[in-house]
Design a protein around this ligand. Sequence first.
Ligand code: NDP
Length: 299
Amino acid sequence: AVNNRTISGKDAAENIVERVKARTAELAGAGIKPGLAVIIVGSDPASQVYVSAKGKKAEECGFFSFKQQLPPEVAEDRLLALIEALNRDPAIHGILVQLPLPSHIDAGKVVQSIAPEKDVDGFHFINVGKLGTGETRTAFVPCTPAGSMILIERIHGKGLSGLSAVVVGRSNIVGKPMANLLLAANATVTIAHSRTSNLDAVCRQADIIVAAVGRPRMIRGDWIKQGATVIDVGINRVLLEGGEPGKTRLVGDLDFGEAAARARAITPVPGGVGPMTIAMLMANTLRAACLAHDASAPF
Ligand code: NDP
């Protein structure tokens, strides 16, 4: 059941998108239109859904939105040449390659070929390094942890001094950048992963817990400290219990009901971190356009 401790990612995301729209409208007066290019290889259904949602949101924000669909067998060289052309295109401020890529393509090489100032996913070594060294003014931060951080700020404000944060998961796209953001906000940070022992005890000491594992309902209610803030990044599709055969629904890495009984605040799945991810992509693209034109950005 959704209670008043639920942190609505939907509301927070709408708020960000409204601010993006307002600044984009102002920039139009100066002849500046943020441009986002999204490249998708192959026809993975989940990727198609994400890409079309990103394109729609970009248009809603008043951006120039460009989508390039490439066949699954496309040569790596062709993809790299396309990125090179977009790197040089002044109408494009943000470039995103939807992952995963087919196995014959070196995803790392592709991601690193994106110009760092157009890397709105924040995966380029330059942006990773900037975040890691606290150069947040010009860094592009990966959208999911950036969005999670805004939800945490809704509860705790900007500073997390004296609070202990546990991030479960250490991926380059969620766990590690999340830990860096929490550290930059002065939290005392622990990163847990599949080799962590006594994960339950580690979680129990967290004032703020971020679950980014990808295992349905793995983190139990009694692992949550009373009054903790809980951010559930996980998106897991599971069969609907007692429903029609084959029907599925989305759940997070926590059992929402169990965790909500102990938490001070908790994000639902869906409607929590998910909408924030796409909103932050819009914010990053707007910021890329502003930085390119030496204009001030609201983020
Ligand atoms: P990865 O699979 O890359 O990383 C998962 C992490 O969880 C790894 O660090 C892994 O540890 C750790 N892990 C796995 N099993 C356990 C375990 N039993 N105990 C403790 N830690 C464990 O996933 P991502 O970071 O890409 O994504 C995590 C989740 O977030 C997924 O459900 C994904 O769908 C979701 N997601 C949601 C987004 C959104 O928009 N809301 C965006 C991106 C992701 P190890 O490193 O040791 O293997």
